[in-house]
Write a protein that binds this ligand. Structure first.
Ligand code: COA
Length: 332
């Protein structure tokens, strides 16, 4: 599925992110499961991740990130026509977390809904909102990826609990933005791979009951090896497609902001791409994998650190449970 040709140019007006204060280091995890800082860092590149306070929910992280993005964009809340929150950890099953954010931020003229595309969420948000702005339905959107992954992790399962953290990343996008013009976005899915990452109970197929809780079915289970292979090949395929479709090579690329999944996955994907590692923005050492928030947080940090190169391509690459994948190519 490719986004239709834009009727109006759409770009990024501002970005923001928020991560909770509490740090969970690899050494902290050593006390919870049979693992080690050495193993986690060697296999993932992660050193620590952030964990929401007991009173914090996903909307709280999204509100902070959203407020920062609005400030950074110099846009008033009333100017926003749409809020989309990408999350697999909404505050409630009903209502949408985006509506809580809409109310708290005072975005009184915005529609609001949640989007579930797991780790592809933030880039999928960008694609959806871009289409609506391009065709004139709205002028400005606040897109947010926010997660409290710690609420669906089993801290007795070393295969999954070491990988993820909490946080939120946001962007205000709009028509005729002076920079960060979205040239193309692309979405894909393969539901046959749904078994590789799943929370088995808590949905309509298997509501949470005593048996489900006893079997710890309310937590995320992953088949790491299978996901690893999917992630490497999807990263590569999405980048190759962008370069082929728009006829450019590594020299024209200013920066790639990929889903912060695992350093080894990124490293393996790069081997055949001939894109130098210094053109890849990586912050997973500090935050782990924040699922739908990951590209949003990384994008905001990359911009604030001056890593995005003016006049060059900025590539966003994401993939995750579903299976889903999404990419966007921007000119900065
Ligand atoms: N600490 C120590 N040992 C661990 C461990 C941990 N946290 N987790 C697994 N191991 C063990 C395994 O039990 C296995 O032991 P065995 O050889 O005795 O059976 C060994 O380490 C190797 O496990 P393996 O799964 O082959 O390791 P890996 O190199 O594939 O790394 C992941 C595991 C999870 C880090 C890696 O596969 C990965 O990042 N996959 C993708 C993760 C993902 O799904 N992310 C979300 C997608 S968006």
């Amino acid at each position: 599925m490719t986004t239709p040709r834009a009727l109006r140019p759409v770009g990024i007006l501002g970005t923001g992110h928020y991560v909770p204060e509490k740090v969970l280091s690899n050494f902290d995890l050593e006390k919870l499961v049979d693992t080690s800082d050495e193993w986690i860092f060697a296999r993932t590149g992660m050193r620590e991740r952030r964990i929401a306070a007991p009173e914090e929910a996903t909307s709280d992280l999204c509100i902070q990130a959203g407020r920062r993005a609005l400030e950074n964009a110099g846009v008033d809340p009333e100017e926003i026509g749409l809020i989309i929150v990408a999350t697999v950890t909404p505050d409630h099953l009903v209502p949408a977390t985006a509506c809580i954010v809409q109310n708290e931020l005072g975005c009184t003229n915005a529609g609001a809904f949640d989007l579930e595309a797991a780790c592809s969420g933030f880039v999928t948000n960008l694609s959806v909102a871009q289409g609506m702005i391009a065709n004139g339905t709205i002028d400005k959107a606040l897109i947010i990826g926010g997660e409290c992954m710690s609420r669906i992790l089993d801290y007795e399962d070393r295969a999954s609990c070491i990988l993820f953290g909490d946080g939120a990343g946001a962007a205000v996008i709009g028509a005729d933005a002076p920079r960060g013009r979205v040239i193309e976005s692309f979405l894909g899915a393969d539901g046959s791979g749904g078994h590789t990452m799943r929370v088995h109970a808590g949905g309509s197929r298997r509501p949470v009951d005593q048996d489900a809780l006893a079997e710890r079915m309310n937590y995320l289970r992953i088949k790491g090896n299978e996901v690893f292979k999917f992630a490497v090949s999807t990263f590569r395929t999405l980048m190759e497609k962008q370069m082929r479709d728009h006829d450019f090579g590594p020299d024209d690329l200013g920066l790639v902001v990929p889903h912060q999944v695992n350093y080894r996955i990124i490293e393996s994907a790069l081997k055949k791409l001939e894109v130098p590692e210094e053109k890849i923005f990586i912050n997973l050492e500090k935050y782990g994998n924040t699922s739908g928030a990951s590209v949003g947080i990384a994008l905001d940090e990359a911009i604030r650190e001056g890593r995005v190169v003016e006049g060059k391509f900025l590539s966003l690459i994401a993939f995750g449970a579903g299976l889903t994948w999404s990419s966007a190519l921007l000119r900065w």
